[in-house]
Design a protein around this ligand. Structure first.
Ligand code: NAP
Length: 348
């Protein structure tokens, strides 16, 4: 029996994970409402995701509706849902993927840029969730999927606007999940990726003299989009491990070995999380869209968590490389901490 098409609102629909999610939903015949700030990028998103072949089961292609929206603006988000209801009759599901980030020490990021980043990434989530639940309530049905982040579970230096917002997003989603226990039929899911190959790193503001890039392992946006769409059909509390074991290991390190984590996270981020020079500080897309840089991929490719060549050759064939990397990393880390601690005490 064929599945009835759903009406799905997608925020952050013009780039990266949101754009790939739109492509998957349209390919299966759903009606999709695309929201982000740039009308130009949204038009390109519609053109780039129009299904070319027949939909599964030969169903009629779904309708699309484009509603330029700033998720940080509560009135605009209410207007988005009103437009979806007026044009398509109802909203069955919502995918919230809009977010921005500004690299820099807390005291180097201008206050208005910092606040705008929180307005989009945290308050935007509250605005979208409030409207989604108001839509779902009367019909006692609906599925909200929020894209969080590994950085909603750990901390790093130089990304405090994003880390603060994502911790807030994760807290909000967990509260909504608890409250949804009393409203069967209404589901709230969280997807928490680590590094994903999207343009967010080119679009981000930066006050560190360099542009960001995704630290390995890096997965394609389409993989995260598939996890998002699976959550629409089969809600999950938190999709994390499915996107790679490294995320779970990193969270374990943050919680179980905070001293080791604190020692390593700054140098590792500077080593693996920054690329090209950014001579001028810029707010990037925090203060306004940059449609020409929006796309489904950031051009970073998939980057596995791999070992240096000499170590790789020494690892017996068949041993999972990620596990080996973790064990080796833990060994090197413990030695480093013991060494660093001895130096501190010897200096006293
Ligand atoms: N890429 C990663 O490595 C990674 C890792 C973990 C989690 N995530 C999360 O995944 C989600 C999607 O990120 P992505 O990497 O796909 O980012 P992206 O390629 O930069 O896409 C972000 C989308 O959000 C929209 N947006 C930004 N500010 C907005 C606002 N105020 N109102 C409405 N829309 C806005 C952008 O369009 P406009 O600028 O035109 O509005 C764009 O469509 C985010 O929640 C991000 O935090 C990403």
């Amino acid at each position: 029996m064929s599945r009835a098409p759903s009406v799905v609102v997608v925020t952050g629909a013009s780039s990266g994970i949101g754009l790939e999610t739109v492509a998957l939903l349209r390919a299966r015949g759903d009606h999709v409402v695309l929201a982000s700030r740039s009308p130009e990028a949204l038009r390109a998103a519609v053109a780039g995701t129009t299904p070319t072949g027949p939909t599964p089961d030969g169903t009629v292609p779904g309708r699309v509706l484009v509603v330029p929206t700033d998720v940080g603006d509560r009135d605009a988000v209410e207007a988005l849902f009103a437009a979806a209801r007026a044009e398509l009759g109802r909203v069955d599901a919502v995918v919230h993927a809009a977010a921005v980030l500004a690299y820099g020490r807390f005291d180097d990021v201008p206050a208005d840029v910092y606040d705008r980043a929180l307005q989009t990434t945290l308050i935007g989530t509250a605005n979208v969730a409030r409207c989604a639940l108001a839509e779902f309530g009367p019909r006692e049905r609906g599925s909200l999927v929020v894209v969080g982040s590994l950085l909603g579970k750990i901390a790093t230096p130089l990304m405090s606007s994003y880390v603060t917002a994502k911790w807030g997003v994760h807290g909000l989603v967990r509260c909504l999940q608890l409250e949804a226990r009393s409203t069967p039929g209404i589901e709230v899911s969280l997807v928490s990726p680590g590094g994903v190959d999207t343009p967010i790193y080119h679009l981000a503001g930066t006050y560190v003299g360099r542009h960001g890039k995704p630290p390995p392992p890096v997965v394609p946006a389409a993989k995260v989009a598939r996890a998002v769409v699976r959550c629409l059909d089969h809600p999950r509390r938190d999709v994390n491990a499915d996107l790679g074991p490294a995320n779970a290991v990193t969270v374990l390190g943050f919680r179980a070995m905070p001293a080791v984590f604190d020692l390593l996270v700054g140098p590792l981020l500077r080593w693996t999380g920054f690329g090209a020079a950014a001579p001028e500080p810029t707010p990037g897309n925090v203060t306004g869209p940059r449609p020409l840089l929006e796309a489904s991929s950031g051009g970073f490719g998939s980057v596995p968590l791999d070992l240096p060549e000499p170590v790789r050759r020494a690892v017996p064939a068949g041993l999972p490389r990620a596990a080996t990397a973790v064990v080796l990393g833990a060994g090197v880390t413990s030695a480093a901490v013991r060494w660093a601690t001895r130096r501190v005490s010897a200096g006293r």
